[in-house]
Design a protein around this ligand. Structure first.
Ligand code: G3H
Ligand code: ZN
Length: 283
């Protein structure tokens, strides 16, 4: 059934676990995430990023309608989340498109402007009952930009600044820069565990990990034990799908029917989803 991110993150934060939130681009992504979550009987978040909306000719509704229909028929709770929203026009489409939550991304702006823009987005979202996440620090690596140096000064989230940001903006959750970078194709990122511990102690909202595809299993499990209650994963699904499709087409050069390679691509994504959820719920 369809639920909300606020419900799933609230439950995860209360029991010290994390909910996995997967970026979906096509109907096959939606089906694979739900199938993978059903195979391990776990709730899950489907998130659609502003970049994914751009890929869909700038239209949110067709993919959103598919996601809502799939979530309503799922055997596990499924929430819909709008991810990395920079455009106010897109933000305003969230409630009518069936999304119960948004991540408003003004992290590229200087602190005062990030705070002001986020504060306005929070007021708008809360008036409509939406759960809202924002980012402080810079996780980097989005939109085809070269990966940011996650160790550069200013790239990490400062705990004192984060405490003020959360209080002054009213956000429900905070995406923190603690060593991950978006769109990594190797699982070689390392978390700043000391910083994560300080952030978790300083803040009374759940923390969100972005760029999680770059982390090895052990680091994902450790993050969950350190106050992370929502784990965002995108690239890992694309790696799984593209690898499976590439192998299928190489083995079947005569193939024409798109269902052949979409089936193996979807199955590979579903297995990746189940594996990642298993990592997050490991004891
Ligand atoms: O918001 C989306 C996530 O941060 C996904 O990052 O593609 O590096 O896993 P990723
Ligand atoms: Zn992200």
């Amino acid at each position: 059934p369809l639920t909300t991110t606020g419900e799933l993150v609230g439950r995860a934060a209360a029991d010290g676990s994390a909910v996995a939130s997967f970026n979906v681009i096509t109907l096959e992504h939606i089906e694979a995430v739900i199938a993978g979550a059903e195979s391990v009987n776990a709730p899950v978040v489907l998130q659609v990023s502003e970049n994914a909306v751009k890929f869909r000719y700038g239209r949110l509704l067709p993919l959103a309608r598919a996601a809502v229909a799939a979530a309503e028929r799922a055997a596990v709770p499924v929430a819909l989340h709008l991810d990395h929203v920079q455009s106010d026009a897109l933000l305003r489409q969230a409630p009518d498109a069936g999304f119960g939550s948004v991540m408003y991304d003004a992290a590229r702006l200087p602190y005062a402007e990030n705070l002001a823009a986020t504060r306005a987005a929070v007021d708008w979202a809360h008036d409509r009952g939406l759960w809202i996440e924002a980012e402080l620090g810079e996780i980097g690596g989005k939109g085809g930009k070269p990966p940011l140096d996650a160790h550069a000064p200013g790239a990490r989230t400062d705990p004192d600044q984060a405490r003020a940001f959360v209080t002054d903006s009213g956000v429900d959750a905070l995406a923190v820069a603690v060593g991950t970078t978006h769109a990594m194709t190797t699982r070689t990122a390392a978390l700043d565990h000391a910083l994560l511990g300080r952030l978790s102690a300083a803040l009374d909202v759940p923390l969100v990990l972005h760029g999680s595809s770059g982390l090895p299993d052990t680091e994902l499990t450790a993050a969950v034990g350190s106050g992370i209650a929502k784990v965002n994963i995108g690239t890992a699904l694309n790696i799984a799908m593209t690898g499976a499709v590439r192998d299928f087409l190489a083995a079947h050069p005569e193939a024409v029917d798109s269902r052949g390679y979409l089936t193996v691509g979807r199955e590979a994504m579903a297995r990746a989803v189940a594996d990642i959820i298993g990592t997050l719920t490991a004891p």
